[in-house]
Design a protein around this ligand. Structure first.
Ligand SMILES: [Fe+2]
Length: 266
């Protein structure tokens, strides 16, 4: 597990840990890193799980106890805030309750005040699509097979709450699993007065050969796969992801997982 440190100018000093794309990893090395680095808060920007439907258990989150265990262990280190990525699209209400029961604050298109911070979580458009199709065509199925985006009525994330979030007093942090929402795709989060947007999803370009070769949502030779990017109002920080998920069908070639620490400095 690589540790990556970034410094971002802010009106206050704090250390934020950024995790994303765990993809069902139990994260024991992540916990060791968090215990050593002592962040003030832990942001988990989506894709805790793989979207595969559970085989032997009723609920998806019951099939990944290691993920619930990792979240619970993280809450003993610092307050934890979780947003939902594209792989969380199939989760039902009971699954979300199980995530909350670990002690984390789940931000499903919502925000909360936390000390000097206002922390929001923008849910992946993919979840909106899937849940919309499920409600419309498969109301009785727990995890219907179809997530056919062509059938979906609402192919965008729910941005209806973002203006209210952006008007809040305090240092605003938005967990947005998709980095492409910042500069590339509607809505352009860079246009909103948000101090810090935290993303994952691109897996550092998945395959790297001198540079990132591909990222979901950005295609070939993606620009936004890791690092800090300055916007007109704040910054975007993207992690390459911290799940060692080669064995789970998500390739990582020449591209080790990382835990990112963002030091806010006056
Ligand atoms: Fe993702």
């Amino acid at each position: 597990m690589k540790e990556t440190f970034y410094t971002v100018r802010a009106p206050l000093d704090a250390r934020i840990a950024l995790l994303a794309d765990l993809h069902e990893d139990s994260g024991q090395d992540i916990l060791a890193s968090l215990r050593a680095q002592k962040p003030d808060l832990i942001a988990v920007a989506g894709d805790l799980i793989m979207v595969r439907r559970p085989e032997h258990t009723v609920y998806k989150m019951e099939s990944v106890p290691q993920v619930l265990g990792l979240l619970a262990a993280c809450t003993e280190i610092a307050p934890v805030f979780v947003s939902l990525g594209n792989h969380e699209r199939l989760l039902c209400e009971r699954d979300l309750e199980m995530i909350r029961s670990t002690g984390v604050t789940l931000l499903d298109d919502a925000y909360v005040q936390h000390g000097p911070f206002v922390i929001g979580g923008l849910t992946s458009f993919s979840r909106r699509d899937y849940q919309d199709v499920k409600k419309r065509w498969y109301p009785d199925a727990l995890y219907p097979k179809s997530s056919n985006e062509k059938e979906a009525l609402l192919p965008q994330p729910d941005v209806s709450w973002l203006n209210a979030f952006a008007k809040q007093e305090g240092f605003k942090i938005l967990l947005s699993h998709h980095p492409e929402y910042y500069f590339l795709q509607y809505p352009f989060l860079a246009d909103l007065p948000i101090d810090l947007v935290l993303s994952g999803h691109a897996h550092g370009g998945q395959v790297r050969l001198f540079r990132a070769l591909f990222a979901p949502g950005q295609g070939l030779f993606p620009k936004y796969t890791e690092g800090v990017f300055a916007g007109p109002h704040g910054s975007l920080v993207i992690t390459k992801g911290c799940g060692n998920s080669r064995s789970r069908g998500v390739p990582r070639l020449f591209n080790p997982p990382e835990t990112v620490y963002i030091d806010l400095r006056k």
